[in-house]
Design a protein around this ligand. Structure first.
Ligand SMILES: [Ca+2]
Length: 378
């Protein structure tokens, strides 16, 4: 803060009570003026065309070209939160597990500081998640040195009215370019308006999942909901080097209830990796006890089958600390051929948990089915 130079503070009469009073009064007035001026000035928004008023020409569309029949990124002059328009991302099929996004690159941004990306978001039948993301690029090292997304902390899904969402990232001093990305993963449609990138102070506080006692924090735990090639809300994980010897699929022939179950089949006798279906719960029910319950069926399994519950203090890409973990193997170890068996495990979600992960896994050869999985928050 600099004092207003039009009102220099007299250095004379240092011992005079009147002069001291006058000095204090001037200081007080100067301080108040500055405080008001600082409060009134909005923080600098580093984006161009943040409200999509000028045709979104500075924004680029990023999506697989071969998906043009089902993916559309458009400027919308009807649906808007303010001004002349907004932009939308729509995917009618959800065929490709990709982040279709509107992007703008910034050469000026808060460097060596925290930056905040915020936007007003309106989802419509979003099956997995819309997200806002910041990406920091180091031109000398030619690599991404920072990444943060609202999806690290929450899924923006379903159908709703305009709501503000934000994400913060500490921008490494070596960053030469920042990408701002507004987009959608999976089927649905989402609009974005009134976007801002500003300097921020510190990370956003962690939120806790608000859920009534006895509520289930998982989505699609019965593996009924799908869109092409995907089990909604579940992500298949398998080491890439295993080729087609590991299959993670939705099985509509063998299930515990409903019309389908999740299946993992491993025909590679050397593969002892954790092949699994994973679901992230964020925000996590911090401080609450959670009980995972699910049904498992096995065929020719020579390894381990079960569920893992893990609590991390950050997103996976940031190499977070594992704060707590529990496995159903501690109580049940289905082996060989077993019919549908209920397994359960649980833990207390520690403070500082940003993401809780539930993993339905198969380690070793064989086939495992999973169905009717719940994460009951006590
Ligand atoms: Ca089912």
């Amino acid at each position: 803060m600099t004092l207003d130079t039009r009102h220099p503070i007299p250095a004379l009469h240092a011992h005079s009570g009147i002069a001291e009073f006058a000095n204090s009064a001037i200081l007080l007035i100067a301080f108040c003026c500055c405080a008001v001026a600082e409060e009134a000035a909005p923080p600098r928004n580093y984006l161009q065309d943040p409200g999509f008023e000028t045709g979104a020409a500075v924004w680029q569309k990023v999506f697989p070209e071969d998906q043009a029949a089902t993916v559309a990124l458009a400027l919308d002059r009807q649906v808007k939160r303010s001004g002349e328009g907004s932009v939308s991302v729509a995917d009618t099929a959800g065929k490709v597990w990709a982040f279709h996004n509107w992007t703008q690159h910034l050469e000026e941004f808060p460097k060596g500081k925290w930056a905040e990306l915020s936007a007003w978001v309106k989802p419509e039948d979003v099956r997995y998640s819309a997200q806002l993301a910041l990406q920091c690029w180091d031109g000398a090292a030619k690599k991404t040195v920072g990444w943060a997304s609202t999806a690290d902390r929450e899924k923006i899904r379903g159908t709703g009215d305009w709501e503000r969402h934000a994400v913060r990232l500490f921008v490494p001093p070596t960053t030469t370019m920042m990408w701002v990305r507004l987009g959608l993963t999976g089927a649905g449609k989402v609009w974005f308006d009134d976007v801002a990138v500003t300097a921020a102070e510190g990370s956003l506080p962690l939120a806790s999942l608000q859920i009534a006692p006895g509520g289930d924090a998982l989505l699609n735990g019965g593996f009924e909901e799908q869109h092409p090639g995907l089990l909604t809300h579940w992500i298949p994980y398998t080491p890439q080097s295993q080729g087609n010897k590991v299959e993670l699929t939705r099985d509509a022939m063998i299930f515990h209830s409903g019309k389908a179950a999740a299946r993992i089949m491993n025909r590679d006798w050397m593969n002892r990796e954790l092949n699994h279906w994973g679901q992230m719960v964020a925000p996590a029910p911090i401080g609450r006890r959670v009980r995972l319950e699910g049904w498992v069926k096995t065929q020719s399994v020579e390894g381990e089958v079960g569920f893992l519950v893990q609590c991390f203090d950050g997103p996976m890409h940031a190499l977070p600390r594992l704060l707590a973990e529990v496995s159903s193997l501690q109580t049940q170890k289905p082996q060989g051929d077993t019919d549908w068996t209920k397994v359960s495990t649980g833990l207390s979600v520690p403070p500082g948990t940003m993401q809780l992960w539930v993993r339905a896994f198969l380690k070793g050869p064989g086939t495992a089915w999973f169905d009717d999985v719940q994460l009951v928050v006590e």
